[in-house]
Design a protein around this ligand. Structure first.
Ligand code: WTA
Length: 654
C-alpha cells in the first residue's frame, strides 16, 4: 500500500508490453538474476554494449579505496563523441536532435550534424582561450539549444562543467564559482520565462564583484534578447565572437573513465551546498541504459523532459541520455503556465511528443489551473501522440497520479514514477513501462542491477511494511564519486560509520509493501526540504536569514503544501522588538526578498513567524519537532516539560 492508501494495480497496457524493449516481468527478472549472479559482469556487458570506447576497459569495479569506488577505470572515451559523432556514424546525421521552443513560442531545431558542428566550434573557441582538460567551467544559461551545446563543448575538451540553475542568485553563483575554482563562465544576457526577461550576465558580474572569483579569466555571453549588458574588454566575450571562424570539427579529448564529467551543486543538511562529482563512463552508461529501458525509447519517439539543465534531471534526461541514444527531443525555455496553463498540452499536440517526463508539482499546478479555467484542461488538446508518461523529483500523490493517467495519458499510457537523486546520476527505483504493474504513489521496484533495501538505524534490514532508511547495498556505475573539495563530507554523508561502509545512505525514508515488494518513498530523513521538487537545506535558508542585519536567530522547517509538496516555514527572532500587524507584514516581505537575493526565488519562505525567542530545551537545542507541528497548525500536545520557555509556543502559533 502506498503512503496515501492506494493499492489499486494498473497493469501495463498489452500493446505497450508487446513492443517494449524490456517486455514482461520475466525479462526484468532475468536481468536482475544476471546482476545477482555476476554483478560486475552484468555492468561490464552493458558498458560494452551501450557505450562507445576509444580504449576498451579491462577492469570493471575497483573497490580498493572504498567508498571512493572506480568503474571501468582503464578505459578511455569521450561523452560528446557518444552523444554526437557516433550517432552521425550510425546514419542519424540529418535526424533532428533538439527541437526548441522559446518562452514566446519561437521554434528552432538542430540536427545531429548541426549540433556536432556547433559543439565543435564552441569547443575550439574555448580551447583557443586556453581552457583545457580538468578546468572547471560554470554554465549559467537560459534553457535552450545553447545550454546543451555549452555542456557538450566542455565534455568535448575534457573541461568539467558545473551548471548553475538560472533561478539561483548572484551570491549562489559566486559560491559555486569559488568552490569549483572555475576558470570560465558561460552565460546568457537575459533569459525569458513567463513573459519576463531575467538578467543572467548582470548576475554574473554581481557574483564576481562579491569577490573570491579571481580564478575566472573568461566570460562568454550568448546574446538571447540583446538586453543591456556591460562587457569587461579583457574578460568578457560574445559567444558569436568565440565561435566565429572556428572549424566545425574538433578532436575529442579522450578521457579516462573516471575523469569528472561534471560537478553539480546540491543542498545537504549543512549550510553549504555540495559539489556532487560524477564520472564520465559510469554516469554515461546509466544515463543511456535508463533512457532506453525506463523510457522505452524508440527511434521515432519525440522525447520531452521538462527539467532545466540546472538540475540533475536536465543533465541526465535532457543532455546526456537522450542524445547518447540518438533521440529527437524537445527543449523548452519557458514555464508551464505562460501564456496560459495549457502550454504543455499545446506543445505536446504541436510537436507530437510521445514521451513526457515532468515533476508532480507541475502536474498539481496544472490540475488546479484546469479546475478554475476548463479551457486549459488537457482534454481540450489532441494528446494522442503520447505513449508514455513519467514523473520525478518528489512523491506523487495518488490523486495527481490518477489525473495524469486519465486526463493526460488517456488511460493508455504507463506512468514511470522515477525515484533517484543528484548523487545517483540516474533512476534507482522505477517501474519499467512494459513490465511493472503500477500503484499510484509508489516508485515500485529497483532498476535492474540496483541493489536497494531498507534498514533501521543499526543497519539491520526491516521487514516489509515497516519504515526505515533507504540504502543501496552495492556500488553502481553512475554513483557520486566524491564531493568536490570535501572527500570527508562525502564519506560522512553517504557512507557513515554507523554502517561500516556497507551501504550508500540516500537520506530518504522508505517502506516496502509486503505483497508486491514495492518501494514507497516517505520523505527525507535529514534537514533537506523538497519544495516543488527542488532540494533546499533548512540550514542554507537559516544562514540566509541570519545574514540579514535585523535577524538574531532563525529556524526553518518544512510543512506539507498541496501545491509545492513542501513549503518553507521560518521562525525568526529579530534583534529589535517583535513586530506585529503592518510592521510584521513589511518585515516578512523584506526577509523573503533577502533570502531570494541570497539563494534564489525558490528558497523564499512561504511563512515567516516572529517570536521573542525560539522553543529550546534546557540545554539550548531548538526543538524542531515542535516547530514542525506549529508550522502544520497542529496543536502541540507533545510533552513540553523539557522546554525551557513554554510560553513561546503561544507566540509562534499565529
Ligand atoms: C526526492 C532529483 C519520491 C527524494 C532527481 C530524493 C523523490 C530527492 C522522487 C533528490 C520520487 C526524487 N518519489 N521522492 N519519484 N524523486 N525524490 O537530488 O527525497 O534534486 O532524495 O534529484 O528528491 O532530489 P534531487
Amino acid at each position: 500500500m502506498s503512503e496515501n492508501g492506494s493499492t489499486q494495480l494498473f497493469q501495463p497496457p498489452v500493446d505497450f508490453v508487446k513492443q517494449a524493449t524490456i517486455s514482461g516481468m520475466g525479462a526484468y527478472e532475468a536481468l536482475c538474476a544476471e546482476a545477482r549472479s555476476d554483478y560486475t559482469g552484468y555492468w561490464a556487458r552493458l558498458a560494452r554494449e551501450h557505450v562507445t570506447w576509444k580504449e576498451p576497459f579491462t577492469q570493471v569495479l575497483d573497490e580498493t579505496n572504498a567508498p571512493f569506488f572506480k568503474w571501468f577505470a582503464d578505459g578511455k572515451l569521450n561523452a560528446s563523441y557518444n552523444c554526437l559523432d557516433r550517432n552521425i556514424e550510425a546514419g542519424l546525421g540529418d535526424k533532428v536532435a533538439i527541437l526548441s521552443e522559446t518562452d514566446d513560442g519561437a521554434l528552432r531545431s538542430v540536427t545531429y550534424k548541426q549540433l556536432l558542428a556547433r559543439v565543435c566550434q564552441l569547443a575550439n573557441g574555448l580551447r583557443a582561450r586556453g581552457i583545457k582538460k580538468g578546468d572547471r567551467v560554470i554554465i549559467y544559461m537560459a534553457m535552450g539549444i545553447e545550454g546543451v551545446v555549452a555542456m557538450l563543448a566542455c565534455a568535448r575538451i575534457g573541461a568539467i562543467h558545473s551548471v548553475v540553475f538560472g533561478g539561483f542568485s548572484a551570491q549562489s553563483v559566486r559560491d559555486r564559482i569559488n568552490d569549483a575554482g572555475a576558470v570560465a563562465v558561460l552565460t546568457t544576457d537575459e533569459q525569458c520565462r513567463g513573459g519576463k526577461k531575467l538578467p543572467l550576465k548582470p548576475a554574473v558580474d554581481e557574483a564576481i564583484a562579491l569577490g573570491g572569483c579571481e580564478t575566472v579569466k573568461t566570460i562568454v555571453v550568448f546574446k538571447r534578447t540583446g538586453g543591456e549588458c556591460a562587457m569587461v574588454p579583457s574578460r568578457d566575450v560574445w559567444w558569436d565572437d568565440v565561435v566565429a571562424g572556428q572549424p566545425e570539427q574538433c578532436d575529442p579529448e579522450w578521457v579516462e573513465a573516471e575523469h569528472p564529467l561534471f560537478l553539480l551543486y546540491t543542498s545537504g543538511s549543512t549550510g553549504k551546498p555540495k559539489g556532487v562529482q560524477h564520472s564520465t563512463a559510469g554516469y554515461l552508461l546509466h544515463a543511456i541504459v535508463t533512457t532506453k529501458w525506463t523510457f522505452d525509447l524508440k527511434p521515432h519517439d519525440i522525447f520531452w523532459c521538462t527539467a532545466d539543465i540546472g538540475w540533475i534531471t536536465g543533465h541526465t534526461y535532457v543532455t546526456y541520455g537522450p542524445l547518447a541514444c540518438g533521440a529527437t527531443q524537445m527543449v523548452f525555455e519557458g514555464v508551464p503556465t505562460y501564456p496560459d496553463a495549457g502550454r504543455f498540452w499545446k506543445m505536446i499536440e504541436t510537436h507530437k511528443v510521445s514521451i513526457f517526463y515532468t515533476a508532480p508539482t507541475a502536474i498539481r499546478s496544472l490540475i488546479k489551473a484546469a479546475d478554475t479555467t476548463p479551457a486549459v484542461a488537457p482534454t481540450n488538446y489532441d494528446l494522442s501522440s503520447l505513449r508514455l508518461l513519467g514523473t520525478v523529483g518528489e512523491p506523487i500523490n495518488p490523486a495527481a497520479w490518477l489525473w495524469y493517467y486519465n486526463n493526460v495519458g488517456g488511460g493508455h499510457c504507463p506512468i514511470v514514477d522515477t525515484f533517484w537523486q543528484t548523487e545517483t546520476g540516474g533512476h534507482m527505483i522505477t517501474p519499467l513501462p512494459g513490465v511493472t504493474p503500477m500503484v499510484p504513489g509508489s516508485c515500485t521496484l529497483p532498476f535492474p542491477g540496483i541493489a536497494a533495501t531498507i534498514v533501521d538505524e543499526t543497519g539491520t534490514e526491516v521487514p516489509p511494511g515497516k519504515g526505515g532508511l533507504f540504502v543501496v547495498t552495492k556500488p553502481w556505475p553512475s554513483m557520486i564519486r566524491t564531493i568536490w573539495n570535501d572527500p570527508e563530507r562525502f564519506k560522512r554523508s553517504y557512507y557513515p560509520d554507523d554502517f561500516q561502509g556497507r551501504y550508500y545512505l540516500a537520506g530518504d525514508g522508505a517502506v516496502r509493501d509486503a505483497t508486491t515488494g514495492y518501494f514507497t518513498i516517505t520523505g527525507r530523513i535529514d534537514d533537506v526540504l523538497n519544495v516543488s521538487g527542488h532540494r533546499l537545506g533548512t540550514m542554507e535558508v537559516e544562514s540566509a536569514l541570519v545574514s540579514h542585519p535585523m535577524v538574531a536567530e532563525a529556524a526553518v522547517v518544512g510543512r506539507p503544501d498541496d501545491l509545492t509538496g513542501e513549503a518553507i516555514c521560518a521562525f525568526v527572532v529579530l534583534k529589535g522588538a517583535r513586530p506585529v500587524g503592518e510592521a510584521a507584514a513589511k518585515t516578512v516581505k523584506e526577509l523573503q526578498d533577502h533570502v531570494a537575493k541570497a539563494i534564489g526565488g525558490i528558497a523564499k519562505p512561504k511563512d515567516i513567524r516572529f517570536g521573542e525567542n525560539l522553543p529550546k530545551t534546557r540545554s539550548g537545542k531548538i526543538m524542531r519537532r515542535l516547530l514542525r507541528a506549529l508550522a502544520k497548525g497542529e496543536t502541540v500536545a507533545q510533552d513540553v516539560s523539557t522546554l525551557e520557555n513554554p510560553a513561546i509556543l503561544e507566540q509562534l502559533r499565529a
